[in-house]
Design a protein around this ligand. Structure first.
Ligand SMILES: *[C@@H]1O[C@H](CO)[C@@H](O)[C@H](O)[C@H]1NC(C)=O
Ligand SMILES: *[C@@H]1O[C@H](CO)[C@@H](O)[C@H](O)[C@H]1NC(C)=O
Ligand SMILES: *[C@@H]1O[C@H](CO)[C@@H](O)[C@H](O)[C@H]1NC(C)=O
Ligand SMILES: *[C@@H]1O[C@H](CO)[C@@H](O)[C@H](O)[C@H]1NC(C)=O
Ligand SMILES: *[C@@H]1O[C@H](CO)[C@@H](O)[C@H](O)[C@H]1NC(C)=O
Ligand SMILES: *[C@@H]1O[C@H](CO)[C@@H](O)[C@H](O)[C@H]1NC(C)=O
Ligand SMILES: *[C@@H]1O[C@H](CO)[C@@H](O)[C@H](O)[C@H]1NC(C)=O
Length: 527
């Protein structure tokens, strides 16, 4: 009893995780106000009116089973600090990005104890907490701002002189002029000022330690001078992943040197264009990946890979073709970066541009018996199996093969993903030819999305033809875990071809359960 208690205390202590520790995880991104309410009530939530809808940190705690069932072992929550309270003509600060006071929490989401309980509840499940932070600016509902409303940066000299960004090709303009507009000006902090810098650095250090945060997602990174970031990141003392919203890998590359990781926006642009209809270009997607792999500090291995987020129209607002949706959703899980899924995608949410893409998840009923929920569970499971089967999985860049406008194979041994954008309606036959897939001669593989078998040729290559427009995710049957939920009937065959062995394997859970009961009764008498 005592020993178990000590172990669980250790498990819930601060983790402040490193980049390497984040690399084998997958992240569920949520907007706190829209994910779950404290009492499991389901108030109406009109995204157009941009008001608080009632989600809280306690609500998140109450739905961790749902997130964990999907296969995620980390969450990214929207910003936690106090925001402006005004009812602006752009609505309220329900999204959390309109900072007023970095040293107070947003009471709409709960108390300090609630936030600490959230990180403790995650750590108890060996999950990580990532918190979104905004460093570039504070928000005001008046123009010019009343600087004394801000804390702790409460004088005009803490900010750059007001000018709205007009020229994205001028980096000084991007860094020192302001985002927002006269309705909600985003007052741009003077991050060239030593006093501002030292206050920011000590704030992030305190925030991470006070709330046992395991990683931070940093907003609007390209709007602050690059050489601000290394000291800020080391003050945070935990994993940092930054938003650098740009289509060009060459622009984003420099930021991979000043923080641990960047959100993979250039690939997102190509990914969306490639799969939103059947005239998209998978060669162009591959070209973006190749350029990123060769120009980022750690290739694409230290990027956050996503199909949706709170700033972009949901993918399912662009197409309703289930084959295209499944192909695009597969991508973040089968390539180099850390997979991130934006809440609601698994429930088939179709919201367009902000604010329509911040729907309340409680309106879905958190139903798990759904095609895309199953798809996500399998993808998380397959990635985990591949990591377990190959210690090089996380450190070796994907190879892209069989590239054409409409087909693409992504190889991260032992995982091979076959993608296409011909769509569900297509009658065309799609062919993926990957002669050097690296499998054993005649190795038996399984498409984990359908549990149908594919056999490698005598050189370990793969030639697959299909006509449904569906993606395929191949693993050797030997990589399936006998206890896992993925194609478990084939898993037993992967362990052994003998019928006798597979009968024995199937009966092990019963034997194990009996043994555990016996063991438990012994332990009870000991403690
Ligand atoms: C904003 O509007 C809501 C009602 O929609 C009201 O309850 C609240 O007091 C208003 N807040 C401010 C700061 O005016
Ligand atoms: C770039 O932007 C800065 C800040 O707005 C401005 O002072 C400067 O003149 C601009 N440079 C050019 C070449 O336009
Ligand atoms: C596919 O998307 C592109 C870009 O938005 C558009 O120009 C084109 O018309 C679309 N094609 C089809 C068949 O919908
Ligand atoms: C697809 O993208 C590749 C690489 O960017 C380009 O060379 C090719 O012309 C594109 N194809 C079409 C049909 O646009
Ligand atoms: C294609 O559409 C049919 C009918 O809507 C559906 O049953 C099937 O699952 C879809 N296939 C894919 C791969 O999305
Ligand atoms: C990630 O690595 C840690 C430490 O090696 C391990 O405990 C955990 O199971 C791994 N997670 C996945 C999803 O592979
Ligand atoms: C493990 O990954 C490395 C790097 O991709 C690859 O060379 C090797 O063949 C893989 N091994 C297995 C068993 O999949």
């Amino acid at each position: 009893m005592l020993r178990l208690f000590t172990a669980s205390l250790l498990a819930t202590s601060a983790l402040a995780a490193t980049a390497a520790e984040w690399q084998n995880r997958t992240i569920y991104q949520l907007v706190t106000d829209r994910f779950a309410t404290s009492d499991d009530s389901g108030p109406s939530c009109n995204t157009d009116s941009r008001q608080y809808c009632g989600g809280t940190w306690k609500g998140v705690i109450s739905k961790l089973d749902y997130i964990q069932d999907l296969g995620f072992d980390a969450i990214w929550i929207s910003p936690v600090v106090a925001n402006i309270e005004a009812n602006t003509s752009y609505g309220q600060a329900y999204h959390g990005y309109w900072t007023q006071d970095i040293n107070s929490l947003n009471s709409k989401f709960g108390t300090a104890d609630d936030l600490k309980s959230l990180s403790a509840a995650l750590h108890k499940r060996s999950m990580y907490l990532m918190v979104d932070v905004v460093v570039n600016h504070m928000a005001s509902s008046t123009d010019p701002p009343d600087y004394s409303d801000f804390s702790p940066f409460s004088t005009q000299s803490d900010f750059h002189t007001e000018c709205f960004i007009t020229d994205y090709s001028n980096q000084t303009n991007v860094e020192q002029c302001w985002l927002g507009d006269k309705t909600v000006p985003l007052a741009d902090l003077n991050t060239e000022d030593d006093g501002v810098v030292s206050k920011m650095n000590s704030w992030i250090k305190g925030l991470v330690s006070d709330y046992d945060i395991d990683g931070i997602r940093i907003d609007t990174v390209k709007h602050v001078r690059k050489d601000f970031w290394p000291d800020f990141a080391s003050s945070a003392g935990t994993f940092t992943i930054g938003e650098v919203l740009d289509e060009e890998p060459s622009y984003v590359a420099d930021y991979t040197k000043v923080i641990d990781s960047v959100l993979d926006y250039p690939t997102w642009f190509s990914l969306t264009a490639a799969f939103k209809n059947n005239t998209g270009n998978l060669t162009a997607l591959a070209a973006t990946v190749w350029q990123s792999q060769s120009s980022y500090k750690n290739g694409e291995l230290m990027t956050g890979s996503f199909l949706e987020n709170h700033d972009q129209p949901r993918f399912q607002s662009l197409t309703q073709d289930e084959a295209l949706i499944k192909n695009a959703m597969t991508w973040p899980f089968v390539q180099d970066g850390i997979p991130i899924l934006y809440y609601g995608q698994e429930q088939g949410y179709t919201g367009g541009a902000d604010p329509a893409n911040r729907e309340a998840l409680w309106l879905s009923g958190y139903v798990e018996d759904k095609t895309l929920v199953t798809h996500v569970k399998i993808l998380n499971g397959a990635r985990r199996l591949a990591i377990a089967a190959n210690s090089s999985f996380l450190t070796t860049s994907a190879r892209l093969y069989a590239v054409s406008e409409s087909t693409l194979a992504v190889s991260k041994p032992p995982l091979l993903a076959l993608l296409t954008n011909v769509g569900n309606g297509s009658s065309a036959t799609t062919t993926w030819n990957v002669p050097d897939a690296g499998y054993a001669s005649n190795e038996v593989l399984v498409d984990v999305l359908t549990c149908s078998k594919v056999t490698a040729d005598s050189n370990g290559g793969v030639l697959v033809q299909a006509s449904s427009g569906a993606p395929q995710v191949l693993l050797p049957t030997s990589a399936l875990s006998a206890s896992g939920s993925i194609c478990s009937n084939l898993a037993a065959q992967g362990q052994s071809s003998s019928a006798l062995r597979s009968v024995v394997a199937n009966s092990i859970p019963v034997a194990l359960a009996v043994a555990l009961v016996l063991l438990a009764s012994q332990f009870n008498s000991d403690f």
